[in-house]
Design a binder for this molecule. Sequence first.
Ligand SMILES: [Fe+2]
Length: 297
Amino acid sequence: MENANVKVRIWKCSERMTHLVRNSDGDDCLFIHAGAGSLFCDYGHMTFSEGDYIVLPRATSWRIEPTEPVTMLMIEATNGSYMSAERGVVGDHAIFDPAVLEYPRIDDAFRAQQSSTESWQVHIKSRNQLNKVTYPFNPLDAVGWKGNLTVFRLNWRDIRPLMSHRYHLPPSAHITFVADGFVICTFVPRPIESDPGALKVPFYHNNDDYDEVIFYHKGEFFSRDNIHPGMVTLHPCGFPHGPHPKAFATGEKHGRKETDEVAVMIDTRIPVDMTDAARAVEDKAYVNSWQTPPNAE
Ligand SMILES: [Fe+2]
């Protein structure tokens, strides 16, 4: 899915990349849905595993070497940058401590992959066109760097969600990154509102200003029936949605006190278009999934 501000795609990689990639159209945010491995980039070497966000500044050269087959969600901030969300009165240490961010290092693994004789190709994406540049050496040859522009890694397990037992906080409380025209929110395990009078998540609503794209990563999606890890939903601006009837009934019956779902949401100010790749795997019956099945209680 994509629009002028954001491109969202799922990418799988099971073998060591034999070329570098560089996106000069905007910052990239990778969310590792499955797998693990090493990232080599202009700033050094860093390992990663399932549940990590990796944010790559625009025009960073990088490649990965999986140790387990990797499936990732790639979110491009086209012509833009990722920034931390404004945390207001709760301060900059909410909802994750900046000290947990991990950065690439110029370590032995990074030095070991350097070569002055082996030629390397860099695939540069510019204005959505792919260009190939060949170096007669490995251009990932940094000996050091300074400043605060770099790649960083954040795992969802280090995100401590804001919540209240009496007040259902809006999704903006769960924003992890902000970019031009869209935000990335992370839904992590949390108690469900316990006060008898509290509005319980999730309620029926439509997003009057944003298209809502949700990638389901892990856990039981108590508000959705037949939604499984690895799936993506798109709820366009203005279209009502909420818990599926069966999932809602099950949740009420069992008196759920917490949710263990982990999901990444992209709320985008201008509508997204479905790409051919998305259309090829679209579940066209999803729109009917709120209908109560015949003979349901
Ligand atoms: Fe929604």
